[in-house]
Design a protein around this ligand. Structure first.
Ligand SMILES: NC(=O)c1ccc[n+]([C@@H]2O[C@H](COP(=O)([O-])OP(=O)(O)OC[C@H]3O[C@@H](n4cnc5c(N)ncnc54)[C@H](O)[C@@H]3O)[C@@H](O)[C@H]2O)c1
Length: 348
């Protein structure tokens, strides 16, 4: 006779379909705003997390990474890739899934798609940084790179920083047309531009979110006036950057976790002693954010495991009372814990 798996053996799983249902149930802008607060709350208790640079496996086409962290009670890990040329074959540049586990027993407590969730958490992290670093009263952002992440980035800046205009540019005009179409009806004034130079005009926040595995120069020094906040998302791998280093010489740069960012971020172009401020210190008030109206600030975003931890915990909490998950028979868990072989034999 087969015994039924225990409750702990059945792991809640949030599929892509259920993640999309959850986001629509709550509202995409609400999710972005709540995720921003959830990530900020975890940045405030930064010191309670295990931290390590992510574990990257590089190839000619891209990278596959594992991103673990724990706060001592809950453990999380995300599998994520970055393959900039995938879109030429109809595939996503970035895909991801992840899990939460209970530290006390090591049992998984949630498995979730994270391709959507990564776009949401990356946008929420950008908005959290901009909340502390962007110039006061900013109403316009430039969005350079109009791929999978673009709309999420624009809507998070609207929800958190109150921008009402977004100026789009991508080397592929079809990507800009897609983003413009998707943002229709969200209350943003959307302007499609013919160059990155045109896109940054009058923009107080400039977000670069392009994908190319090279030292790219999406922004040059002459394009950046005083008082601008740059949110550099796409430079997130060794040999993959977006900003000319002269910008970094003039700017104050804010990072997630320096040991990872020095390998992967824009600052890989700079000497090892290039000064950076950790974002968690700005959030807790231990370090200043924007100091004056003319300062150029850069959030050198690469994506850090704590943001995924926050996002997965947010989803776990928001699932309660909904049917937006399935239970997967994922953990072999015999009633007599030492009788794993007997469990196998009973299934003959
Ligand atoms: N920092 C983070 O936490 C984080 C999280 C997710 C993704 N990313 C990175 O963000 C980038 C974008 O991700 P995506 O999923 O939107 O990728 P995507 O492939 O869907 O979109 C990238 C877009 O950049 C455009 N592009 C390429 N070169 C350009 C250039 N020189 N000027 C203007 N546009 C250009 C492409 O045409 C494409 O539309 C990737 O590099 C990815 O690795 C970072």
């Amino acid at each position: 006779m087969l015994s039924l798996p225990s409750n702990k053996a059945m792991v809640p799983f949030v599929s892509v379909e259920n993640m999309m249902r959850l986001v629509h149930h709550l509202g995409v802008e609400t999710v972005l705003a709540e995720l921003t607060d959830a990530i900020e709350a975890d940045f405030r208790r930064w010191e309670s997390f295990d931290k390590t640079p992510r574990i990257a496996s590089h190839s000619g086409n891209g990278v596959i990474e594992l991103m673990p962290t724990s706060d001592g009670t809950v453990y999380s890990v995300k599998y994520v890739n970055g393959h900039p040329r995938n879109t030429f074959n109809g595939l996503q540049t970035v895909t991801a899934f992840g899990l939460l586990a209970e530290v006390a027993t090591g049992y998984p407590v949630l498995l979730a798609e994270m391709t959507m969730l990564t776009a949401l958490r990356t946008a929420a992290t950008s908005a959290m940084a901009a909340r502390h670093l962007a110039p006061k009263g900013v109403d316009t952002m430039a969005m350079i790179g109009n791929g999978a992440q673009a709309e999420f980035q624009a809507l998070a800046m609207k929800a958190i920083c109150g921008i009402d205009s977004v100026r789009l540019y991508d080397i592929d005009p079809r990507a800009t047309a897609k983003t413009s179409r998707n943002l229709d009806g969200f209350g943003l004034n959307v302007v499609s531009c013919r160059s990155a130079e045109a896109a940054v005009e009058r923009a107080g926040i400039i977000t670069t979110c392009t994908a190319e595995k090279q030292f790219a120069t999406i922004l040059t020094d002459n394009m950046i006036g005083p008082g601008v906040h740059i949110n550099a998302i796409g430079g997130d791998c060794p040999g993959k950057t977006e900003l000319h280093k002269d910008i970094l010489m003039r700017a104050e740069t804010f990072v997630e976790y320096p040991p990872q960012t020095r390998i992967e971020g824009e600052i890989q172009q700079m000497p090892a002693n290039y000064p950076v401020t950790e974002l968690w210190k700005v959030v807790t008030g231990a370090a200043p954010g924007r100091r004056d109206a003319r300062q150029i600030t850069v959030f050198d975003s690469v994506g850090f495991a704590v943001e995924d931890f926050s996002a997965l915990c947010y989803v776990r909490d928001r699932l309660s009372g909904t049917d937006f998950c399935q239970r997967l028979d994922m953990i072999a868990d015999p009633d007599d814990p030492r009788d794993l072989f007997g469990m196998l034999q009973r299934a003959r």
